[in-house]
Structure formats: structure tokens, C-alpha cells
Design a protein around this ligand. Structure first.
Ligand SMILES: Nc1ncnc2c1ncn2[C@@H]1O[C@H](COP(=O)(O)OP(=O)(O)OP(=O)(O)O)[C@@H](O)[C@H]1O
Length: 292
């Protein structure tokens, strides 16, 4: 008993506990806030998907190290410096934007707010969902093409910036007016955040998925493209056929009915959707109809 007591006393006497001063506390707070904002930035840009890829590569490198796979470790060592340069090139637009934000007045307020964006957490109402569904099928009936992106957790700022700001409450009339042929806002995509149409004529990234039906053109490719790059859900109304489709997580459900669309929007409204459930849902529909 005395030996273990002595051991413990010996251990604690050697333990170095530094004195914490005010400057240490300030430093810890600053580093925590900076790290938190960097993580938010990563999650709100395409960096999130890439970070997950880097984690997988990192895990692979750890396995290679544990198994002593020398050639793989050598290749990984040689490519790491090139990889860092590649990251800077890939994220050049995002890094430039982040640095630009540093120069803006609102940045300090946002920073102290811990990046809290009240709009971001706003769930859209049942009315908004109904208005969107109503607009899509009314547009489909008269062969008006439409592309509606519904923002979820990832902010779509970089796509919103490519369009024209609207900031109007979502109503079926507003959506129909926006996509009306030969009007200034009809081209490109509308982005919906919460209960508001944030912007119109937005340019979206096109998917290069070769499995997508050749009958579907760039509107559908853009809808699937944004759903690959972000966690948003996109509704596409075909100008050619009037059919309504939904893209989520890089998957497309072609020609869905109003009840199914409403159902899907209800999931989003309750923030209750992930790619897996969407795939299961898509599989079920595909089973029911062979023409997808
Ligand atoms: N990258 C993009 N981002 C946003 N909108 C786009 C993009 N590419 C095309 N569009 C929209 O899609 C329209 C062209 O649609 P297109 O006919 O090529 O597609 P589609 O998938 O065959 O659809 P539809 O069945 O409506 O014809 C454009 O006028 C534009 O409004």
C-alpha cells in the first residue's frame, strides 16, 4: 500500500502542470473560434467532400505504414508536396473569397456570432412546400422548364453569386413568373433558402455522370450536378415533356408524381433525409415503374 502510495506521489511530483495565465485563456479562445470558423467554412464549401476524401487517403497511408508497404509510402511521400499545391489551386476561388471576407465590415460580427446564420436554420413551412409542388406541376402542364434548388445545411453562396438576387417569399406565382418564357429571369436555376427565393438565373455545375439518360439535357445535368456537389435537393421541370424530376446526392428520380414530391419535400422540411434513404426511395419507385 505504502509502495503504491509512494509511486503515485512520485508520479504526481514529476507531473508538470503549467500555470495558466489570462493570455493563455485568450489564446485558447481565439484558436477555438478560428478553428470553428475554418470547420464551418469547410462544411459550407465543396471542401467538405474533399476533406472526407483526404481522410480516406490518410487512413490508407496509416494502413500502409502499419503493414510497412514501403513503395506505397514512398509514392505517398513524393506526392504530398504536389498534393498541397493542387489543393491551393483547387480551392483558389474559395480561398480568395475567404480572404475577401476578412476585409469586409460584417465579417467581425459574423465571426463573433460563431458563424451563426439565422437563415441557415430556418425550416421552410408546409405552405412553401405546397407552393413549390403547385408551381412545378402547373409549369409542367404548360411545358415551362424550371430548375429549383432547395438549400439544406450547406450554404449555396457560390452558386447564388452567379445569379440575380430576388429575395422574395416562395409562392407558386413567383416561381411561375420567374420561369416564364422570354422573361429576364427564366434562364438558369432558382435557389430557395427557407421560405424565400434567394436568387434566380443561377449557374449550376453540370454532372459528368455517364449513366444519366442521353435523352436528358443540360437542365437535368445541372440539377444532378449541384446535388453531387452539395447536400441540396433540386427539382427539375422538363420543358420538353413537362415531367418533374428530383435530384439528390447525385441520384435522379425521373418523372415523379405530385404526392411523391410533396413527400420528399416533407423530409427536407423536417431535415430528415440522407442519400441512403433517397436511394432506397428511388429504388422503390424504379421498381414500380420501368420507364425511369
Ligand atoms: N449549368 C446550368 N445551370 C443552370 N441552368 C442551366 C444550366 N445548363 C442549362 N440550364 C438551363 O437549362 C436550359 C436548357 O435545357 P436543355 O433543353 O438543354 O435541358 P433538358 O435537360 O433537355 O431539359 P428540357 O427537358 O427542359 O428540355 C437552359 O436554357 C437553362 O435555363
Amino acid at each position: 500500500m505504502t509502495t503504491s502510495g509512494n509511486l503515485l506521489q512520485n508520479y504526481f511530483s514529476r507531473l508538470y502542470i503549467p500555470r495558466i495565465t489570462w493570455t493563455d485563456i485568450i489564446e485558447i479562445i481565439i484558436i477555438a473560434v478560428v478553428l470553428y470558423n475554418i470547420l464551418l467554412w469547410i462544411m459550407n464549401t465543396k471542401a467538405w467532400a474533399l476533406l472526407k476524401g483526404i481522410i480516406v487517403v490518410g487512413l490508407f497511408a496509416v494502413v500502409a505504414y502499419l503493414l510497412n508497404l514501403k513503395t506505397i509510402l514512398w509514392i505517398a511521400g513524393k506526392t504530398i508536396s504536389v498534393g498541397i499545391i493542387a489543393l491551393v489551386i483547387i480551392f483558389q476561388p474559395e480561398l480568395r473569397r475567404a480572404l475577401e471576407q476578412l476585409g469586409r465590415k460584417k465579417f467581425v460580427l459574423n465571426f463573433l456570432n460563431f458563424g451563426d446564420n439565422s437563415n441557415k436554420d430556418e425550416r421552410f413551412s408546409v405552405k412553401t412546400a405546397d407552393e413549390i409542388v403547385d408551381a412545378c406541376y402547373r409549369m409542367g402542364a404548360v411545358r415551362t422548364g424550371a430548375l429549383i434548388v432547395i438549400e439544406q445545411d450547406m450554404l449555396l453562396e457560390e452558386y447564388i453569386k452567379t445569379g440575380i438576387p430576388v429575395d422574395g417569399i416562395v409562392t407558386s406565382q413567383l416561381l411561375i413568373n420567374i420561369f416564364e418564357h422570354n422573361t429576364p429571369l427564366h434562364d438558369g436555376a432558382v435557389i430557395v433558402r427557407g421560405n424565400r427565393v434567394v436568387a434566380a438565373t443561377c449557374y449550376l455545375p453540370l454532372t459528368d455522370n455517364v449513366n444519366l439518360s442521353k435523352a436528358l439535357g443540360t437542365r437535368h445535368r445541372a440539377g444532378v450536378g449541384i446535388s453531387e456537389a452539395t447536400d441540396s435537393m433540386t427539382i427539375i421541370v422538363s420543358e420538353e415533356t413537362g415531367k418533374v424530376s428530383v435530384a439528390f446526392g447525385g441520384e435522379l428520380i425521373h418523372d415523379i408524381d405530385a404526392d411523391s414530391l410533396k413527400n420528399k419535400l416533407e423530409y427536407i422540411r423536417r431535415k430528415n433525409i440522407d442519400v441512403k434513404s433517397f436511394r432506397i426511395w428511388r429504388g422503390r419507385l424504379k421498381h414500380e415503374r420501368e420507364d425511369i
